[in-house]
Write a protein that binds this ligand. Sequence first.
Ligand code: FAD
Ligand code: UDP
Length: 400
Amino acid sequence: MQLDSFDVVVVGTGFFGAVIAEQVASQLGRSVCVLDRRPHIGGNAYSEADSDSGVEVHRYGTHIFHTNSETVWRYLHRFTEFTDYRHRVFTVAKGRVYSMPINLSTVCAAFGRIMTPQQARAAIAAEAEAHGVAGVHNLEDKAIASVGRTLYDLLIRGYTQKQWQTDPRELSADIIGRLPVRFSFDDRYFADRHEGMPVDGYTAIFRRMLDHPKISVQLGVDYFDVADQITPQQLVIYTGPIDRFFGYACGHLGWRTVDFEREVHDVADFQGASVINYADEDVPFTRIHEFRHLHPERAHTQARTTIYREYSRFARREDEPYYPINTAADRAMLASYHAMTSSHPNVIFGGRLGSYKYLDMHQAIGAALKTFEHEVEPILGGQPAELREVRDANLSLQPA
Ligand code: FAD
Ligand code: UDP
């Protein structure tokens, strides 16, 4: 493979990399080589048919598409239709099952009585006041301020402790901000205007995006094994971990990883829902995924189902990074890496690993479309000679 014959090299076939590659090829007619060190396209959104049950599984955990962005929704419709799937999650705690995210049904079940929305608010407000924290300092304070002590102890503390292996009082309040609290019986997990599952699965989206005569896909190739072939005139879109790009010169950014334990059961339905969380600290896994429920519209002919039990832990260097931990030390390290990017003017960093940000799929796609419009297109918009000029000008602008 000769990398130097391509206008653009994209590192990573996840949503960020795939969208940029698709746009460069279809909008600008430029040649792109997309590399991935994994043997498949799609990054963490990759899905495949399980060899034993035939059910489409998400190898890196259940992925539900949801967005409020019309731009992203319209863009993806060029590559797939969506089903009308609506995600609903349940949590098992102390021998009972509760609706999650916390809604009026959860509050009534936890307090053991029927409550109106006003009564539920008042019960939670009284507990929050008794906790007596002025201002929100950490995940525990934020959670108790919004759901009270009873629900926090039952559904949040143990789950969060297992998920992060960190005392919730030492975790950032932002983490829990992703989880809504509702004083109605609306039990949908997501409240976005658009939600659904891609009709033919996620991998089909990537296949269609990357199916262009100007795009060449190279799988099982680590960028750092071929980086010496890249010339300064080529544009590189790097969606791998930013600390690895710089040889961990400023240290390792903290990530959490998850391990999945796969089981195939000879039953048509194992648990009755796509995802069930386990809040108790003495249950070692955080949740069980059962993928067949993501596509109730499909005729699943076998009385067999595949489940994944999910276990959470800190990532070591050789593990797949999943969720940025984002401590104050991580943020300082990230700032040092950002300062180092100016010495690589032909490289654009993006995606969840390249930006060290938790991004949902619609956010990764939205960010890639913006990066294409504001950074990639202005550079590549002209002829190859102009590209060289812009690149050279950028290089000469860099401090010595
Ligand atoms: P990725 O998908 O991670 O792609 C990066 C790619 O770069 C990878 O394929 C990697 O192999 C490749 N790469 C890295 N380094 C190199 C290298 N040196 N050389 C070559 N290739 C390299 N989002 C939702 O919207 N809904 C959900 O329900 C949802 N569930 C999730 C559940 C879990 C457990 C996790 C972890 C994430 C979930 N997400 C969900 C987020 C979603 O996975 C991300 O938005 C998406 O993966 C971001 O795409 P990306 O291209 O930035 O990164
Ligand atoms: N959370 C919890 N109990 C649950 C689900 C979530 O305590 O049953 C908390 C936990 O701290 C988690 C945060 O809410 O880290 C965000 O939840 P989300 O579902 O967004 O986490 P993800 O599925 O992305 O890991």
